[in-house]
Design a binder for this molecule. Structure first.
Ligand SMILES: Cc1ncc(COP(=O)(O)O)c(C=O)c1O
Length: 280
């Protein structure tokens, strides 16, 4: 096991020494939420937006935020190494109760865990990846970044089993998002992504891309994407903090566009890299 230093409930410890009780509600029920925050050369990317989403996720499961934004920053920064592009994994659970009971325990402190890992550049970024589509079998609160990820895991594994990088999820005939990503499509030169509802996680990368599209005069709209229309899209992408913007060049064995990352992807990828640099 890696011997890196992680944060657990106020202490910085070597990873093998960081232990939680088997009665922790994260372990027993998946009763908690998390965040994934990228860091470039030691600078946390859009930290405020990630901490706002953390706040929303906590409110969504009726937990109060144990720390102010400045406290969170002070907790996370010592985990970073400025020599690498990294990401923080931060998890908060409803803590350890004295017995297993679905109802919330009273006066139990939350469990806070954070660790940092290096971002491994995603192979396939420049050539694109394959994906499958699946009916979305997750729950109705996908806007909460819950650690209860069984639905997402089963979808992603189904994609991996077919040699694909992602599963695109379809609900009531509409494309909603990926198993661990948001989705964008280009129709007639216009970038489209589904609106923020309880059916998707409000991705920070998604919002950054829309903001960059606005500032760079790239036509876009937040609209529902009918799955039946996908074959007429010239480009299809998935986005997330650790993989950034990944072009999908084949869906369910059928080529998207000309089977290569498209021009809008090239433009947006370049703009995003320049934007990241500008923040350092
Ligand atoms: C289900 C789901 N949607 C979207 C995203 C993208 O969110 P972000 O851009 O904040 O990483 C993720 C990230 O892991 C995810 O798990």
């Amino acid at each position: 096991m890696e011997n890196k230093i992680v944060y657990l409930n106020g202490d910085y410890l070597p990873l093998p020494e960081a232990k939680v009780s088997v009665l922790d509600r994260g372990f027993l029920f998946g009763d908690g939420i998390y965040e994934v925050i990228p860091s470039y050369s030691g600078h946390l990317f859009h930290l405020d937006d990630h901490l706002q989403r953390l706040e929303n996720s906590l409110a969504g499961i009726r937990l109060s935020n144990p720390h102010s934004r400045l406290e969170w920053q002070a907790i996370l920064e010592p985990l970073l190494d400025a020599n690498f592009d990294q990401y923080i994994y931060l998890q908060i659970t409803r803590g350890t109760a004295s017995k297993r009971d679905h109802a919330f325990p009273e006066n139990v402190p939350v469990t806070v865990f954070a660790m940092c890992s290096n971002i491994v550049p995603f192979a396939g970024l420049n050539v694109g990846v394959k994906a499958i589509s699946m009916d979305d079998t997750r729950w109705q609160l996908c806007n909460i970044k819950a650690i209860t990820l069984l639905g997402n895991i089963l979808h992603r594994q189904a994609a991996v089993d077919k040699g694909c990088a992602e599963a695109l999820l379809v609900k009531d005939g509409y494309l909603v998002e990926g198993a661990a990503s948001n989705v964008f499509a280009v129709f007639d030169g216009v970038l489209i992504t589904p609106p923020k509802t309880n059916e998707i996680l409000p991705g920070i990368t998604r919002d950054v891309i829309l903001d960059l599209a606005r500032k760079n005069n790239i036509a876009f709209s937040e609209d529902k994407i009918l799955f039946a229309d996908i074959q007429s899209a010239s480009e299809l992408w998935v986005t997330s903090s650790t993989r950034e913007i990944v072009p999908i060049v084949e869906l369910d064995g059928v080529m998207i566009g000309d089977g290569k990352p498209g021009p809008v992807w090239h433009t947006m990828h370049t703009i995003l890299q320049a934007y990241k640099q500008s923040l350092l």
